[in-house]
Design a protein around this ligand. Sequence first.
Ligand SMILES: Cc1cc2nc3c(=O)[nH]c(=O)nc-3n(C[C@H](O)[C@H](O)[C@H](O)COP(=O)(O)OP(=O)(O)OC[C@H]3O[C@@H](n4cnc5c(N)ncnc54)[C@H](O)[C@@H]3O)c2cc1C
Length: 528
Amino acid sequence: MATDLHTLLDRPWDILILGSGAAALSTALSALTSTSPPPSVLLLDKAPPEWAGGNGYFTAAAYRTAHPGLSGLLPIVSNVPSDLEDKIDLAPYTEDDFLGDLERVTGGRSDEKLGKAVVGASWETVKWLKEVGKVDWQLSFRRQAYEVEGRFVFWGGLCLTVPDGGKGLVKGLRERVEHLGGVIVHGVAGRELVTDAKGSVVGVKVEIVGDGERKQVQAGSVVMCAGGFEANRDLRGEWMGEGWKAAHVRGTPHNTGDMLIASRKLGAKLVGDFSGSGCHSTAWDADSPADGGDREKTNEFTKSGYPLGIMVNVKGERFVDEGVDLRNYTYAKFGRAILEQPEGVAWQIWDQQGVAYLRKEEYRDEIVRKVWADSIDELAVKLVKDGLQDSTQLTETVKKFNDCIEAFGKEKPDVQLNPSVRDGLSTQSSTKRLELAKSNWAIPIKQGPFLAVKVTSGVTFTFGGLEIDPEDAIVLNEDGSKIEGLHCAGEMVGGLFYGNYPGGSGLTAGAVFGQRAGRVAAERAART
Ligand SMILES: Cc1cc2nc3c(=O)[nH]c(=O)nc-3n(C[C@H](O)[C@H](O)[C@H](O)COP(=O)(O)OP(=O)(O)OC[C@H]3O[C@@H](n4cnc5c(N)ncnc54)[C@H](O)[C@@H]3O)c2cc1C
């Protein structure tokens, strides 16, 4: 093996890809299918083989794409038998819808050119992944649809996934890339970018993890898909604020920002949200491991059932409007809200009506520690043993919450619960209102037994990264010029997401820019 490895690292490659997650595999797929004959493609990943797939492995493989609605989706999905077709409500999601969501959740700060590139290419890329990558698309009934009066009603602009989620996604893409001739090597980390006299990137200094040996790998183009810096506690503290050191890492422990730092040394421009709001972070099981995800449970530690309940901090107070928007538009920012609470934890609480909507993946008995009680008083006492500091306040919070919902019900009896749309069922009426509203899905917490689950903040990926030209994913210098021979895709790209994120956009962005980087790098190889 050692000889094989040295042989691989000593020979020149047309394209060297750093990383082997979803963005890297999309890049390789594109590179290997864009020109004839195909270029030679090497993927080097710092992680050992047992951590293959990067964060992609941990995902639900939810891809956000503009699409023409159910009839347009049916030809590309494999899990809709004909007798089910007329029981599905799945409206078109236009490019304007997607762009509007991106702009709305990022507060208008998302780079317009990047956003338009991702949105405009999303549907073509999804079809390309099916055709060229053999991705087996399915409609995400369990995660993205509610059953309403016998119909599956899709909500939140997100409907595609693959069998076995992220595990299935990276396995399938990886097999395809290897079948097409790509070579994937684990346990080799990119450390430094190598340039020629003109400043073009011509290779990478790498380290063989474990023995520390360094070598220089020569390549016609380098595509960096080496993730963000979410798994680097010190860098999180330095770039996003001390508080972020306490967050749990949801995915791979290997995304430590190495290539962001290496690129910066070369003069590449860092852009985007490096502030305290500069990452995707969710409500995450407080009992989960702190420094990296669990390969078995993957994203089952996510706790996104809050829209039908409430969240309280250790003082027994609510701190977000749990119903301000559909889960897909709030889950990526509520991790930060939890982190900002005293002790960085919270409890999600439901009554029986809310419990009925909890998804098994995230809330079944074997996956999460549950605290049950027959009354809110009893629940408050039990939660004190779990870290709650003010049980009286919790009882008071629930009482006021219920009172306001009752008043709303009297004023607007026609407004009914509908979890698949922003239903307007709220705590705010002309007679009674909360200082912190719950704007939708406000059902009272009154039918016992009551359930509480403890959550903390889980960091998913970071938003700040490198500036690229959206057309070819080439990395830009501080002065805006292109660094020839150097591309990047996936989490390493900065400027797309700020403060929040429309669910399912990360994989899509990685595929769009990966496809472009792979194609342009292959064309460069064909020319030279
Ligand atoms: C729990 C969880 C659930 C998610 N769910 C979804 C979802 O359903 N939909 C969605 O769109 N997004 C989701 N995401 C986000 C999604 O994972 C990312 O947007 C996407 O995987 C990023 O792809 P990437 O290739 O850039 O990074 P990754 O897939 O993380 O790959 C980066 C790779 O680079 C390697 N690496 C790091 N440093 C080096 C180095 N110096 N040299 C060589 N290799 C290096 C790492 O080992 C890793 O394998 C989720 C993330 C997590 C953690």
